[in-house]
Design a protein around this ligand. Structure first.
Ligand code: CAA
Length: 258
């Protein structure tokens, strides 16, 4: 069994980080698993939503510190670059990636959560960028995505102190979409994934592009980009079907695959 276990269910790809004995810390096998996840979604067109979740008491406790202890500057750079690129690729996938945060999401685990499109957390989850405590700094977006998500000063404080915050605090800061009871996490995420999987895959892809790419632009360029994607959305059969179904007062029958 790999460091990430994949399971497909009704168009939803569940990717379970599977190193519970090391709190799902990111070693080379986990990075390979993330690269495999990206390749799988690109190839298998019936995948409509991805869910990433951890096994055991952690979502992911960050990069494997034992691996880092054996790494020199070059090795550390190589592994962090592969991790960073895999996380960046999430943003460009045609399908949404939901992070289901079942426990600790620290360092690279917090960075992984931030690279996902939607973050649902168990009340037991906690978040943080504790790299400073071991004499290094975040390397897979921790100083960058965090500042953009929760604000410059708050990101600075979290990265400088290495403090952990609760799921509730993370929700208040905008790092988490919703906090749910621990025993309800998987069902909540499944229902959310199913709801998105019922939409037009083409419209879902365009929303992802508009939000993720537009977020990196100035407002004027972002709105112009959105307008172009809006016009492009009219080229799909799903757009005809969706609007016709509305007028005919019936449920739309959208494409099931991409
Ligand atoms: N790397 C390697 N092993 C880890 C690990 C990590 N990041 N986090 C936990 N583990 C291992 C522990 O060593 C322990 O293994 P052993 O039983 O073999 O000793 C096992 O997982 C269970 O961990 P704990 O006994 O520590 O569990 P706990 O409940 O007492 O504490 C914790 C949980 C607070 C998360 C604590 O494990 C911890 O602080 N972990 C490290 C978190 C961290 O510093 N992450 C940042 C890593 S650097 C990074 O991520 C850089 C980047 O930008 C990618």
């Amino acid at each position: 069994m790999g460091a990430i276990v994949f399971e497909k269910e009704d168009g939803i790809l569940w990717a379970r980080l599977n190193r519970p004995e090391a709190l799902n810390a990111i070693n080379e096998e986990v990075v390979e698993g993330l690269e495999k996840l990206v390749a799988k979604v690109r190839e298998e067109k019936d995948i409509r939503v991805v869910v990433i979740i951890g096994t055991g008491k952690a979502f992911c406790a960050g990069a494997d510190i034992k691996m880092f202890l054996r790494s020199d500057t070059f090795a550390a750079r190589e592994i962090i670059e592969r991790l960073g690129k895999a996380l960046e690729a999430f943003e460009d996938l045609d399908v949404p990636v939901i992070a289901a945060i079942n426990g600790f999401a620290l360092g690279g685990g917090c960075e992984m959560a931030m690279a996902c499109d939607i973050v649902i957390a168990s009340e037991k989850a906690s978040f943080g960028q504790p790299e400073i405590n071991i004499g290094i700094i975040p390397g897979a977006g921790g100083t960058q995505r965090l500042a953009r998500l929760i604000g410059w000063k708050r990101a600075m404080e979290l990265c400088l102190t290495g403090d952990r915050i609760s799921a509730g605090e993370a929700e208040r800061l905008g790092l988490v979409n919703k906090v749910v009871k621990d025993e309800e996490l998987e069902n909540e995420v499944r229902n959310l994934a199913k709801k998105i999987a019922e939409k037009s895959p083409y419209a879902v892809m365009l929303v992802k592009q508009a939000v993720n790419r537009g977020f990196k632009m100035g407002l004027k360029d972002g709105i112009a980009y959105e307008r172009d994607l809006f016009a492009l959305s009219f080229s799909s059969e799903d757009a005809r079907e969706g609007m016709t179904a509305f007028v005919e007062k019936r449920k739309a029958e959208f494409r099931k695959t991409r």
